[in-house]
Design a protein around this ligand. Structure first.
Ligand code: SAH
Length: 509
């Protein structure tokens, strides 16, 4: 029986943590969500990224707050379906593997609310995989037991079959940390030899993943000594031995480092992806956002006369996209540039131009304002030339000054502004003070100033990395200590420097 006029509830698996392990179907359903009901173990970035406009309801237990009763969550889902068209119930891992998703589905079925299930990658498979432990293996394991280590005590007697010795099996125990000793004892009673290889993987697939390996008989002690905390899984079986050779995730160059990214939101995601690729956790603190030009008439005027200049200079990908908005509004395209020669400050800006079919005639070796001026002077006698600068209002004065000194007529047009954005400053300050941040990355002087005015200069144990000497100098002038300055003034160069420093420390450790 399906009631008319109700919405649909999607029981969606969010995967084990790493937002990249969300399924495409889950992302698609989230993008249509009106409301998202989440658990504590769902990575917050998933909702931020895929359902930014949806209303959020958090029913997980967090910070001592008791978790709502399951009946209340069931009822909440039924009620939300009366008010919203697309209700997403987002659960860690897979919704039907120890997620009580089965109970929620039953409640929806009983109430006649339409529902769909989007399976997710369960932690019991993914966390071992990220720890370098394949749960099956042709020679070592031909079956897998997924068990709960937190069984309803009244049922314990009838439900301990999972612990019975099973040669050639891998046993994965969920929710077993509180009763780790009891669970190990259960396995030993079941006949598992005390020297069976065992591992506990905590926060699997998250940047803070930690793994402890010991023989079954000693695993509880080893976990205590290492101070691991939930969420964690116990993995028992010969496959654990493979970790020695296969622990790929924890060996990535920036593994476990928490890095604050201060780029504007629009550009932060590319940098974040690169950091995650290297094993770091990126904490986005944009400090700035791109605002519309303060002089749209001048932009329109300049864009209408692009063909009359000798040189057009772009100093950022943002400049390129802003100019394109103006061109498109006039129904024009790359042909508006005619025979004009084009300079780009660096490869990223050149790539942004290339996306629109334009090849930059001049890209200096070094990527700053001085280098652009020098490169132009080297390419052309600037005397009498008409040069158009399309850049941020906050661009440095040195560029037009140098070009004018060389005799050029310069139109310096602000195609966008950089505005401060202090959202999240309070949270970040707390994390810094708690020593929970390893690096703060600065990719421009403007982001340094905005960061310091929003967050201050007390960074705890976090170190500062700057994209180049100008940004580093600004950071020093603002009262920060700069630990790393990139040798090549690009995002790649900055990341390479971080890896170098991180890698050196790792060898020492
Ligand atoms: N539905 C989830 C499991 C929910 S039960 C799934 O399919 O993964 C919660 C338990 O899952 C935790 O107590 C822990 O044992 C395990 N777990 C969830 N996320 C984990 C992670 N990232 N690393 C290790 N264990 C995890």
């Amino acid at each position: 029986m399906t009631k008319r006029g109700t919405g649909t509830v999607y029981l969606v698996g969010a995967g084990p943590g790493d937002p990249g392990l969300l399924t495409i179907r889950a992302a698609e359903v989230l993008s249509r969500a009106d409301v998202v009901v989440t658990d504590a173990l769902v990575h917050p970035a998933i909702v931020d990224r895929y359902a930014p406009r949806a209303e959020r309801i958090d029913v997980g237990k967090r910070g001592g707050r008791p978790s709502p009763r399951q009946e209340d969550i069931n009822q909440l889902l039924v009620d939300l379906a009366q008010r919203y068209r697309v209700v997403v119930r987002l659960k860690g891992g897979d919704p039907f593997v120890f997620g009580r998703g089965g109970e929620e589905a039953e409640a929806l079925a009983k109430a006649g609310v339409p529902f769909e299930v989007v399976p997710g990658i369960t932690a019991g498979v993914a966390a071992p995989a990220y720890a370098g432990i394949p749960v099956t293996h042709r020679e070592l394991a031909s079956w897998v037991v997924l068990a709960t280590g937190h069984e309803d005590p009244h049922r314990e007697n009838v439900r301990t079959g999972w612990a019975t010795y099973a040669p050639g099996a891998t046993v994965v125990v969920y929710m077993g940390m509180m009763r780790l000793r009891a669970n190990v004892a259960q396995l030993e009673r079941g006949g598992w030899p005390t020297d069976t290889p065992a591992a506990v993987v905590a926060w699997g697939t998250w940047p803070r993943q930690r793994t402890v390996v010991a023989p079954l008989g000693q695993i509880a002690e080893a976990v205590m000594a290492a101070g691991l905390s939930a969420p964690a899984l116990l993995v028992v079986g010969d496959v654990v031995r493979l970790r020695d050779r296969l622990a790929w995730f924890e060996r990535r160059p920036l593994f476990g480092q928490r890095v604050v990214v201060t780029r504007a939101r629009a550009q932060a995601s590319a940098l974040r992806a690169r950091l995650e690729e290297l094993g770091a956790e990126a904490i986005e603190f944009p400090t700035i956002r791109i605002g519309p030009s303060p002089e749209p008439e001048r932009v329109r005027h300049a864009v209408a006369r692009l063909g009359t200049y000798d040189w057009v200079v772009f100093t950022s990908g943002n400049g390129v996209s802003e100019v394109w908005r103006y061109l498109e509004a006039e129904g024009r395209d790359a042909r508006a540039f005619g025979e004009v020669r084009i300079a780009a400050i660096g490869p990223a800006t050149a790539a942004a131009l290339a996306e629109h079919g334009l090849r930059a005639d001049c890209v200096p070796e070094r990527y700053d304002s001085e280098a652009v001026a020098t490169a132009l002077e080297a390419r052309d006698t600037l005397a009498g030339r008409r040069v158009l600068l399309l850049r941020a209002r906050e661009g440095r004065a040195i560029l037009p000054e140098r070009l004018r000194r060389a005799g050029a007529h310069v139109d310096d047009v602000s195609v966008y502004v950089i505005e401060p954005d202090a959202t999240g400053a309070e949270d970040l300050r707390r994390e810094l003070e708690a020593g929970a941040v390893d690096w703060v990355l600065f990719t421009a002087s403007s982001t340094v100033r905005n960061f310091v005015s929003a967050v201050g200069t007390r960074l705890g144990r976090a170190r500062v990395a700057a994209i180049g000497p100008v940004t580093a100098e600004t950071a020093r002038a603002c009262g920060l200590r700069v630990d790393v300055t990139a040798e090549e003034y690009t995002i790649d160069g900055l990341l390479a420097s971080l890896v170098q420093v991180g890698g050196a420390e790792r060898t020492v450790a």
